[in-house]
Design a protein. Structure first.
Length: 150
């Protein structure tokens, strides 16, 4: 298991690849974000998005899956107190393949709980053409080696 010490400032982890399907774009939208440009190709073509696209919240969920597969499930993650920002840079389309990079921006030990490290991370997610589709920064709490051994 990766601990806080395995996430020094400047460290990176690859994210993805993740293939976006039409069925999942529509299924997510039907349940969570039923706007026409996420549900109907004709309505989407007439929208400012110019075609069927995944909800931004679906894009966040896909990013979370990539994070889980890349590092979260093999770490001492204790969760996150929040997200500083999310920016949706361009539409994510059925047929896109997403990938990206997680970068550690800050890392410190908690003053109140020295067995816990606090990291600030940045994710940059791109489509198969290398175009940025999502940027975000957030905090993750990880047990230290000592904390994980206790």
């Amino acid at each position: 298991m990766q601990t806080f010490e395995d996430f020094p400032v400047g460290a990176t982890r690859p994210l993805g690849p993740y293939e976006v399907t039409r069925d999942e774009v529509i299924a997510f939208a039907e349940e969570f974000d039923p706007q026409p440009f996420h549900l109907d190709e004709e309505a989407a073509a007439a929208s400012m998005l110019g075609g069927l696209s995944a909800s931004g919240w679906h894009t966040c969920a896909m990013m979370m899956r990539m994070m889980a597969d890349s590092f979260v499930l093999d770490s001492t993650s204790q969760g996150s107190p929040g997200v500083d920002f999310v920016k949706w840079k361009r539409p994510v389309r059925p047929g896109d393949t997403l990938s990206g990079t997680m970068t550690v921006l800050e890392a410190r030990i908690s003053q109140k709980r020295p067995s816990l490290g606090i990291t600030k991370l940045r994710n940059d997610v791109r489509n198969q053409a290398g175009e940025a589709v999502l940027e975000c920064e957030y905090t993750v709490m990880l047990l230290t080696r000592e904390g994980a051994a206790a």
